[in-house]
Structure formats: structure tokens, C-alpha cells
Design a protein around this ligand. Structure first.
Ligand code: URA
Length: 205
């Protein structure tokens, strides 16, 4: 009898993948987070939108993009004519990473190792859904999808080839819009994200 560890069988469906992800222990982030936040939407989606990781709100709600950045994104999706029920909305990292500060939990960016560990799940989502186009929101999503950590500025609005072989359109994360205090810069970033949402929708059609 072999003493080698068994390789887990690959889930055949998104539901099986979701159930397996709920028990994920691939990195340490599961220890402090409330729950795995899996993607949601249409399993036959032509467009997949990938964010960074659940925030405080999403960690408690168990759904992606339900907090302040999510509300901004969902409003912009509506303006662009993107129905959340028709696309797949997910994150590069499925657990919330934070530093406790009293009663607050301060968001921390996932590191390259955490993103690589969680990429196993993102790869499953891509393989099962097979979207025509993927929109990467922010540096962590762009890194998860392409393995490039080159600065986002020159990449934004361009289409790159993802590790899965499909097109990845790179854009700003909506949280960047919330952080920018300069009105002009914020308006410009918002126009750019709106343009990228429209491009992603057209590429998926
Ligand atoms: N930011 C993300 O990247 N994803 C979420 O689900 C929420 C905030």
C-alpha cells in the first residue's frame, strides 16, 4: 500500500467546488476569517469579473462585493448594462485578510503566496465556467490571472493573456476610486473603470 498522500479529485461542478472551498485549509487565512466567500452568478457566464478578496462586509455576509466597494461596482455595472445574474463575480482570494485594531478589522493586501495558493480555486472557476473574457479589478486580481506583478497604470484598459490562455482585461479596483481624494483623479479613474466594464461586456457578447 502506498503511503503517498492522496491527491483530492477535482470537483466536476461549481457546486462541488464551492462545497470543497468552504473547507479550504490551503493557507492560514482561513483561521481568522469567518468563512470562504465563493463566487456567484451565472455558471455559463461569458464574462467573469475578479476582485481581490472579500472585505469585512463580505466576510460576514458570505457573498462577494456587498460592502462599499461592491456597492460602487454594482452601481457602475448597472450603468454599463451588466446584469450581475448573467456574469460570474468572484475574487482572487476567497478569505478576508485583516489586522485586528480594537473592534475594527483593517483590510490587508494578500501576499503573492496567498494569491498563488488561492489561484487553485480561481483556476477551477475558470475551467468550469470557461468565460470568453475575464476582467481583473486591481493588482491582486491581475497578478492572480496573469502572474505578472508589473505596475497597473500602464496595463489598465489593455487585454493580456491569462495563465488559463484566455483574454484578461485589466482595470482599476473600485476601492481605488473610494480612496482617491483628488476629485479630478477620482473622476478619471471612474471614467476608465466604466469604459473597461463596457469593453468587457462587448468582448463577452
Ligand atoms: N473587494 C474585493 O476585491 N472583493 C470583494 O468581494 C469586496 C471588496
Amino acid at each position: 500500500r502506498s503511503s503517498l498522500p492522496q491527491t483530492p479529485e477535482l470537483p466536476d461542478t461549481l457546486e462541488e467546488a464551492r462545497a470543497a472551498a468552504m473547507a479550504c485549509r490551503r493557507c492560514a487565512l482561513c483561521e481568522a476569517a469567518t468563512q470562504t466567500v465563493w463566487g456567484e452568478g451565472n455558471p455559463g457566464a461569458a464574462l467573469m469579473i475578479v476582485g481581490e478578496q472579500p472585505g469585512d462586509h463580505e466576510d460576514l455576509a458570505g457573498r462577494p462585493f456587498t460592502g462599499p466597494a461592491g456597492q460602487l461596482l454594482r452601481g457602475m455595472m448597472e450603468s454599463a448594462g451588466i446584469d450581475p445574474a448573467q456574469i460570474w463575480l468572484t475574487n482572487a482570494v476567497k478569505h478576508f485578510k485583516f489586522a485586528p485594531r480594537g473592534k475594527r478589522r483593517l483590510h490587508q493586501n494578500p501576499d503573492a503566496g496567498e494569491i498563488r495558493h488561492c489561484r487553485w480555486w480561481l483556476g477551477l472557476e475558470l475551467g468550469l465556467i470557461r468565460p470568453r473574457v475575464t476582467l481583473a479589478l486591481g493588482a491582486s486580481a491581475a497578478f492572480a490571472l496573469t502572474d505578472s506583478d508589473a505596475p497597473l497604470g500602464p496595463r489598465r484598459g489593455r487585454v493580456e493573456t491569462g495563465l488559463h490562455g484566455g483574454p484578461v482585461l485589466v482595470s482599476w479596483h473600485p476601492a481605488r476610486l473610494l480612496r482617491l481624494t483628488d476629485r479630478g483623479l477620482r473622476d478619471q479613474a471612474q471614467r476608465e473603470l466604466a469604459a473597461d466594464l463596457a469593453t468587457a461586456l462587448a468582448m463577452g457578447n
